[in-house]
Design a protein around this ligand. Structure first.
Ligand SMILES: [Fe+2]
Length: 163
């Protein structure tokens, strides 16, 4: 402590904005990308009016873009799935907004309910399917933006496996 200083902060330190790092306009860390997804998820007015369901193909809509990243809104009617794929050079964060999705990987399968989030690195291999009887909606943040989504032929998880 500098004994020559008689500086004192009175009151709530968090109210002293000039001492705090300003919030970034765009996310750059995993935590910030997950936080962005949570913030969008919590505000249904940002996405619920846009959602459409298409029984012939999975519906998707680019909700937002920023420097190096994209945010996509997807809907899934019962039985619709992604097929087994990776995400090329992109990292991503998947958030279930409504309904329930099942993710299958070489380690088994997991059920993702509304609010569940999965973060993955480049090369992560999975298949996502709506195995429920109700429609589902999900939010996908990709960094960098998804330019390649290579499909893979083999099913990677036996139906009975559970993670
Ligand atoms: Fe994916």
């Amino acid at each position: 402590m500098n004994s020559d200083s008689d500086l004192q902060i009175a009151g709530d330190l968090l109210e002293v904005q000039h001492l705090l790092r300003p919030a970034r306009e765009h996310p750059v860390t995993v935590a910030e990308f997950v936080g962005l997804a949570r913030a969008i998820s919590a505000d249904r007015s940002q996405w619920a009016p846009l959602v459409q369901y298409d029984a012939t193909t999975r519906w998707y809509h680019r909700l937002r873009t920023g420097p190096g990243y994209e945010v996509w809104l997807l809907s899934w009617v019962p039985g619709q799935g992604s097929g087994l794929h990776d995400h090329g050079p992109s990292s991503g964060a998947l958030t279930v907004l409504d309904g329930e999705l099942t993710e299958r990987t070489d380690r088994g399968k997991r059920t993702l309910g509304a609010g569940a989030q999965r973060v993955f690195a480049p090369g992560y291999l999975h298949e996502v399917v709506n195995a429920s009887l109700e429609p589902a909606v999900s939010l996908h943040v990709y960094y960098p933006g998804l330019t390649d989504m290579p499909m893979h032929a083999a099913q990677c998880a036996p139906a009975a496996a559970t993670v």
